[in-house]
Structure formats: C-alpha cells, structure tokens
Design a binder for this molecule. Structure first.
Ligand SMILES: [Zn+2]
Length: 373
C-alpha cells in the first residue's frame, strides 16, 4: 500500500489541507484501474467506514498477490468540508464560502481535449484511449486552481482520470440503499446492485450540474460525439454513485457488509483473484432518474410521515402530512407517481416549498437538472 498526500490551495493564511489516497496492486500500467472515494459530501460518513474496511481488505489481498487491478482509495474526498461546522452542526454538502455543492461543477475537459487530439486520433481504439488518458492528465496538471474548492475538484479528477471503474460513496438523508449511473453503464453495474442489495437504481445519461461520477465519463462522451464519424472512441470509465442509505446508518455491521459487496463485485469483474459468490436477485428493476417523483411541502409546519422509506406507494396516496398548529391545518402530501419511497428528509420541520420525500417511479416525468439541488 502506497500512501500519498495531495495538497490543496490553502484557503487562508496558516491553513493547508490535503487529500490522502492509498494505492494498491501491481504497478503494471496495462492492468485495469479502479478508483473508489467516500464522503465527497463531507457529512455523509457511512462510506468513510466502508472505505476503512476496504483499505484493510485491499492491503490483505495485495499481500497475498491477489489484486488484478490497480486500485486507488480515497476514504475522505472532501477535507475542506470536514472542517465546516456551524454552531455545532456539520455543513458538509455546500462550501460555505461560495454556496457551491461539493459534488457539482467538476471540470469538463471535452472541448479542450478535442482541440488537442483532433489531429492525433487514429483508427485504433486502444491507441486513442491511451492518447485521451494522457491528454486528460496533461490538461488537469496544467490547471492552476485559485481556490481550495477548485483545487479539491482538480485533485480528485487527477486521481480518477485513469480509472476504468469509478465508485463514489455517498448517502442520502433517510433512505434505502440506492444508486445512480448511466443507462450505458447499468449492465456492468447491475451485479454490484445485486450484491449490495440496492433497492432503487436511477439511470440518466446526464443528470445535470456536473457531479463527480458523470464528469469522469463526460470527456469520453464529448469526444465520442465529436469524432464518432471519423475515429473509434472507447466508452470510457464505468462510473456509479452508491447511496449507502441515510446519514445515520453508520455501523460496523453495515460497513463491513457493503465493503464485502464491493470486494465481491471486483472479484465478479475479475479484478480480484477470488471466488465470486453467486449473485443474489436484483431487488427491483432500474428506473429513469427522470421518473423520480419529488414531494414538496406547500407550507411550513411539522412533518408527520404516514409511510416508511422502502415502501411501495401508489399515485394519489397520502405519504405524509404537514401540521400547522396555528391554523389547525393538517395538509396531506400525495405521491405523484407509483413507485418506491426511497428517500426522505431527516428533519421533521418543513419550511414552505421544502423537498420532503422522493419516490422512484417508472415514467419519465421531469427534465432539466434531475438531482436534488
Ligand atoms: Zn452525497
């Protein structure tokens, strides 16, 4: 195991943070590469515990010579966000200086690389893949970020840009295990969904806002669109965001199971020399991210839930009520779609217009930016 520290731009005099990464596996550059990170939203810590279990599993597998891939592990992808506390409450999703979501606005390299590579691409897809990866490394190395947040985004992209498989570990407010990926990546990710026991698998080509997982594949998508008529451009990395239930679902038991599921998946893919277990049944079919029904509070009040996360609901069913004790109002919140009630807010007090719950439906109902703002 190699430990490396990647310094970030210091936000103010006397401060300086760094991302810590761990490298496992043979140095052979021809082997596939896997990148796994946790807690990019710094207050989502179930994945950090999973990463700690993975660190031990990978170290043991490395000692036994059973890794068939180069693996990079980042247990805490957001050191800046780990230190944001507002009167005792951890604020790990948005950078307090800019208001930016830590998992948005990852750099798009497509237009830059199209200019660099347009005269260098050939009819050999493997050659083009090597060219694209080298150009991505050069383009990221040439960036001169001026803020801590920008430098954090660039350092994470540098760590991930070589990967064939990218796994980004997050969690939701209160939720069952679910994941986000693209329709193209879904067949490769489906065994992981089975092993993890994921209940909802939300697919979108572009969910909006340039989250990390999509940014890892966006350059390849851009180049494919630009050069598809002239040169073969490989599909790029398989990327997935795993939502490891809710923020309070932090325990040795869950983390050990999730880490084992990831190791089993890597064995299933031939990236670890181990017997892969039989795949459990998929718990539900994948659904479009655009099919998710978002339920909002029409006015402020206390949220009284009527249905539990993990339950299937029907369109028109009351899933919660909002209590206004001054006007004696008890306002029902209705499911807008049939589907799985997969996530809901952790707070029990709603402000007017607040997003209260989300339902994974099958129909395409939304467009534009599809993720939670
Ligand atoms: Zn997150």
């Amino acid at each position: 195991m190699q430990t490396r520290h990647h310094p970030l731009v210091g936000a103010s005099l006397g401060t300086g943070r760094a991302i810590t990464s761990y490298r496992f596996g043979p140095g052979d550059e021809s082997l596939p590469s896997v990148y796994i990170q946790a807690s990019l939203h710094a207050d989502e810590v179930p994945g950090m515990v999973v990463a700690w279990y993975l660190k031990q599993f990978f170290a043991e597998l490395e000692d036994e010579g059973r890794l068939r891939a180069r693996i990079t592990l980042v247990p805490a992808a957001n050191p800046a966000g780990l230190n944001q506390h507002w009167f005792g409450v951890h604020m790990g999703r948005f950078e307090m200086a800019s208001g930016h979501d830590f998992n948005r606005r990852f750099p798009s390299l497509g237009p830059d690389l199209a200019m660099r590579l347009r005269d260098l691409l050939t009819d050999d897809a493997a050659h083009n893949a090597r060219l694209i990866r080298a150009a991505m490394r050069d383009a990221l190395a040439a960036r001169k970020p001026s803020t801590e947040l920008e430098s954090q985004r660039v350092e994470l992209m540098k760590l991930a840009c070589d990967a064939d498989l990218v796994i980004d570990l997050h969690c939701d407010w209160e939720a069952v295990a679910h994941l986000y990926t693209t329709p193209d990546a879904w067949p490769a990710i489906e065994p992981l969904a089975r092993l993890l026991g994921s209940d909802a698998h939300l697919l979108a080509d572009v969910s909006g806002g340039e989250p990390f997982d999509e940014a890892c594949g966006a350059t390849w998508r851009y180049l494919r669109d630009a050069f598809a008529d002239y040169h073969p451009i490989p599909a790029g990395p398989t990327a997935v965001t795993l939502e490891l239930r809710g923020v309070r679902d932090v325990s040795h038991e869950l983390a050990a199971l999730d880490a084992q599921a990831i190791v089993d998946y890597l064995a299933h893919c031939g990236l670890i020399d181990d017997e892969a277990p039989a795949l459990p049944a998929l718990r539900a079919p994948a659904t479009p991210l655009a099919g998710c029904g978002y339920v909002y509070a029409p006015h402020s009040g206390v949220i009284l839930h009527k249905r539990e996360i993990g339950e299937r609901v029907r369109a028109g069913e009351v899933i919660a009520e909002i209590l206004d004790p001054f006007e004696d109002r008890l306002t029902p919140l209705f499911a807008g779609t049939d589907g799985l009630l997969y996530a809901r807010h952790w707070t029990r007090f709603a402000t007017a217009g607040m997003l209260v719950a989300r339902i994974a439906g099958e129909g395409v109902a939304r467009s534009g930016d599809l993720l939670v703002p």
